[in-house]
Ligand binder design. Structure first.
Ligand code: ATP
Ligand code: MG
Length: 321
């Protein structure tokens, strides 16, 4: 074992379900001690990636290693704690009994009281696990993931059912854990969470990594600024051809232009006489995400976008990332 050994290493990993390439050639290395967010819309391949990482699924092509060995080996050695997305049938035991049982399966677990406290469920210790609310159950699952004091913590949408307060408490615990040198990989739909709590954001779309960097790097990669103007009767045709413009989105009478050179774009708009209600703003992280993922394109560019989205997928709105 070397100092430079990665916690997680995907090499050309592919996992198909019939026609669907759920994971479509992922190369990813996560260093020890890193906190990485896996960000993507519904069906992007986050959970499948996590299942490969945990050895619950085997890649059809390529390979996955944890701590330079097969995932099963790291899992069996108690180096990995996981919180999966799908709900499992929970046994009729108390929270404390469940966490104690899980902890006992690990070579060097943390004290059960500590796991309960970190997950914010100390007061639920004597309650039956099959009689808890959705958010409480989720916190129990977090305690279960922590119980073994694993080197690598893998959390699939850990905050999905949590209320605002529980969410804050969860992130405090997670960061405390990460700050002690542990490696954390969590998936989320929420850009703010990824930006606020991860060292690095890996954006997954249709089974592929489409971006990998800090929030700031993603913003930059997705194109600098947004220029919006009232169309005021003007045609939106041709806006996409203005200097600097990468994409155009028209909503009602307003056009939003993503541009790499807002000065040049504004000057060109002025030359067209189309600068009513002008606004220039830096692209937000949400804008970056939408620019990076393939389902969201400017209307005037749709004809050349292949319609290869798996059928049955609903189109996504900006608000539902
Ligand atoms: N067991 C399975 N059998 C068939 N198809 C599957 C299976 N699991 C996932 N898929 C498909 O693989 C793709 C990726 O699914 P995955 O669950 O990895 O997405 P996700 O990013 O976790 O989505 P979500 O945000 O909704 O949890 C989807 O198109 C999904 O329908
Ligand atoms: Mg999922």
């Amino acid at each position: 074992m070397t100092q430079r050994e990665h916690a997680v290493s995907f090499t050309g990993a592919v996992k198909t379900y019939g026609e669907v390439r759920a994971v479509d050639g992922i190369d990813l290395e996560i260093a020890r001690g890193e906190t990485v967010a896996l960000l993507g819309r519904n069906g992007a391949g986050k959970s499948t990636t996590i299942s490969l990482l945990l050895g619950l699924n085997v890649p059809d092509e390529g390979s996955v290693e944890l701590f330079a060995a097969a995932p099963e080996r790291a899992v069996r050695a108690g180096r990995v704690g996981a919180m999966l997305q799908e709900a499992r049938a929970v046994p009729r035991v108390t929270v404390r009994e469940l966490v104690t049982f899980v902890a006992s399966r690990y070579p060097a677990p943390m004290p059960v009281a500590r796991a309960l406290e970190l997950a914010g469920i100390a007061e639920l210790a004597g309650r039956r696990v099959d009689r808890l609310s959705g958010g409480q159950t989720q916190r129990v699952r977090f305690a279960v993931a922590l119980a073994g004091d694993p080197s690598l913590l893998v959390l699939d949408e850990p905050t999905a059912a949590l209320d605002v307060e529980a969410r804050h408490a969860f992130w405090d615990s997670m960061r405390g854990y990460a700050d002690r040198g542990h490696t954390v990989l969590f998936s989320t739909h929420y850009l703010e969470e990824a930006d606020a709590h991860a060292d690095r954001i890996v954006v997954v779309d249709r089974g592929r990594i489409v971006a990998d960097g800090t929030g700031e790097e993603l913003r930059r990669a997705a194109g600098g600024n947004l220029v919006s103007v009232d169309l005021a009767g003007h045609d939106a045709d041709g806006l996409a051809l203005l200097p600097g413009v990468r994409s155009v989105e028209v909503r009602g009478q307003r056009a939003r232009l993503r541009t790499d050179d807002s000065d040049a774009t504004v000057i060109a708009l002025a030359a067209l006489g189309a600068i009513r209600g002008l606004e220039v703003a830096p692209a937000s992280l949400d804008d970056a995400f939408l620019a990076l993922t393939s389902s969201h394109r400017a209307p005037d560019r749709t004809p050349d976008i292949p319609s290869d989205a798996p059928s049955g997928e609903t189109p996504r709105e900006a608000e539902t990332v």
